[in-house]
Write a new protein. Structure first.
Lengths: 93, 93
């Protein structure tokens, strides 16, 4: 079962930022420059964290993982362009 | 009663970004460059949206409002420096 995560990062170095962004794209959908929406199983989340921990500088950079329940996901509001990313499992149907 | 919101924005102009950031600081705590955590009552959320709508360019910029229930808030994970911002109501006690 997947859980919906909003993952936001502040990375204070261009090279590290590029690496973190590239890694994030393996796990979810970029919705803003430093925000991804991901549908992750528990093991995928742990793997993502493990990979990001290796790329980041813990004293300068930060990643925040917000998990949203189904009800909270329904209430996401977007002003401007864009929409909530779909669970890729559903896209396959 | 306040609701906990994670508010993320992509603003593609330095002047507008400064104005949006300044406005956001009236409503919550900056936790990353483009991410604020806010405890807002319904009327405050509407007022914030109204003000941001006036500052943003809707074709270039975007704001995402994620509301988190109490349970989801408990499960926020932060890698690197920083912590979850407290509800200011509690700070007053």
């Amino acid at each position: 079962m997947t859980v919906f995560y909003v993952i936001c990062f502040d990375v204070h170095d261009a090279k590290r930022l590029r690496k973190v962004s590239n890694e994030m794209e393996n796990f979810g959908v970029r919705v803003q420059r430093s925000v991804f929406e991901c549908h992750l199983e528990s093991g995928q989340l742990q793997e993502l964290k493990r990979r990001l921990d290796k790329l980041m500088n813990p004293t300068e950079d930060q990643v925040r993982y917000y998990n949203l329940c189904g009800k909270d996901k329904l209430h996401i509001v977007i002003d401007g362009s864009g929409r909530v990313s779909a669970d890729p499992d559903y896209n396959l149907l």
